[in-house]
Design a protein around this ligand. Structure first.
Ligand code: AMP
Ligand code: GLY
Length: 423
């Protein structure tokens, strides 16, 4: 069986390694993949956003199954196009991927169907937004409507910061058309939980919960990044909270999308905040999270490809999805300066004996040598019986990997460990 995975980061490497476990798989192509995953997949130099080239490749190479992992191609309609060409796919169609592609859409969906989320206002006019912010509660959260590489959210601590954010999005267009419309929402507080789920539009199966570490620096300081590390399971996410989320958030969301004629099939990611007045949705993603996937999939005991195929065929209720009761920790090694400015092209040394625990995000092969080629370079994941050991072991892996200008947080999992000990 020939499988194609669209995307090229650590998330895709984790998906590829898991799919490889299925004996029926003879070949995996990564579009574009990256030099660090060359042992696990055949990398094909096609950009993940070039959905027409992707579909042509799939047809010409008789691909049996395609996984579209990143947000951009999903929102652009990669799955629609592949399906039109007869290729079985994992991932939502464009009309469902809008749940991530437009924050205005997702906020209005939640309001219409009574799904708990932060109170908000939508603006398409800068003057109106600036006028509103004069009296709005501060801190305020300003969000660009469309995709913005995870950077379209600004938490304004002062009215001045809020005004600057509005101007930068709506006037200076720092996120391009994504800032034509903005959402201004209430600032919530509480522990954050990421819950990825499999859904075929009828059944929703939450995966093991996880915790991301979005800020660049230790103790949650510095700029927001794509994610500097993850742990799973998330100790704040108790069975009682999981039950409440299923009743008030997960099932209502699946039903709401069906009701709107936008059935969601694929991985639906719930970014949740556990507030004093209950769990609320911070964001939906129409895909696997990165780096959440690097701790969630290593804990999946059921064959991933079989679960994905069950989603595609609308038979998710017929398969049992089992997660291990172990813990996992993933530490991201980045290039110093990420997420702003960083150098790349440095030799990357990953000893062979730990290669199976490393998911490469930003690397390239140059003159037969593996070199760094991105902000987030790789994720080092350890799975252990308990969280503390998983954290220690993840850092032991990190210590064996070398490249110039490497940077990583030293406190991945520390907050979770404290929460666990406090229980
Ligand atoms: P997002 O890109 O939507 O995941 O937002 C990035 C981060 O901003 C989230 O992980 C939260 O930490 C924070 N955030 C987003 N919306 C809110 C909110 N309404 N209240 C507090 N923090 C928020
Ligand atoms: N780690 C958050 C995301 O994938 O959007």
């Amino acid at each position: 069986m020939k499988v194609m995975v669209v995307g090229g980061g650590g998330r895709e490497h984790a998906i590829i390694k898991k799919i490889k476990e299925n004996k029926a798989v003879t070949e995996i192509f990564a579009l574009p993949g990256n030099g660090g995953m060359a042992n696990d997949a055949t990398c094909v130099n096609i950009d993940a956003k070039d959905i027409h080239k992707i579909a042509d490749f799939a047809v010409k190479n008789n691909i049996d199954y395609a996984v579209v992992a990143p947000d951009d191609p999903l929102v652009l309609g990669a799955v629609d196009l592949l399906e039109e060409n007869g290729i079985a796919c994992f991932g939502p169609r464009a009309n469902a991927a809008i749940i991530e592609g437009s924050k205005v859409f997702s906020k209005n969906l939640m309001k219409k169907y009574g799904i708990p989320t932060a109170a908000y206002e939508v603006f398409d006019d800068m003057k109106a937004a600036l006028n509103y912010i004069k009296t709005a509660p501060i801190p305020a959260v300003i969000k660009a409507d469309g995709l913005a590489l995870g950077k379209g959210v600004i938490i304004a601590q002062t009215r001045k910061e809020a005004e600057d954010a509005i101007r930068s999005m709506m006037q200076d267009k720092v996120f391009g058309k994504s800032g034509d419309n903005i959402v201004i929402e209430e600032f919530l507080t509480g522990p954050e939980v990421s819950v990825l789920s499999f859904t075929d539009g009828k059944t929703v199966v939450p995966m093991i919960s996880s915790m991301d570490h979005k800020r660049a620096g230790d103790n949650d300081t510095g700029l927001n990044t794509g994610g500097m590390g993850t742990i799973a399971p998330n100790p704040y996410y108790t069975p009682e909270i999981a039950k409440e989320c299923m009743e008030k958030i997960f099932l209502p969301t699946i039903n709401a999308m069906n009701n709107e004629g936008r059935t969601f099939k694929g991985c639906l990611y719930f970014g949740l905040m556990l507030t004093k007045s209950g769990p609320k949705v911070i964001e939906y993603n129409c895909r696997f999270g990165d780096p959440e996937t690097q701790v969630v999939l290593p804990l999946l005991e059921t064959d991933l490809l079989s679960v994905m195929q069950a989603v595609t065929e609308g038979k998710l209720s017929e398969i049992e999805v089992i997660f291990s009761d172990k813990s996992a920790c993933c530490v991201i090694m980045a290039s110093e300066g990420y997420p702003v400015k960083y150098e790349k092209g440095f030799e990357l040394n990953i000893p062979e004996k730990i290669a199976d625990k490393v998911y490469v995000a930003g690397a390239a092969i140059k003159d037969d040598t593996l070199v760094t080629n991105g902000g987030r370079v790789l994720g080092a994941t350890a799975v252990s019986d308990d969280l503390k050991t998983a954290i220690n072991n993840a850092y032991l892996i990190v210590n064996q990997i070398t490249f110039t200008n490497s940077y990583y947080r030293n406190d991945i999992g520390a907050k979770a460990l404290k929460a666990e000990e406090g229980r």
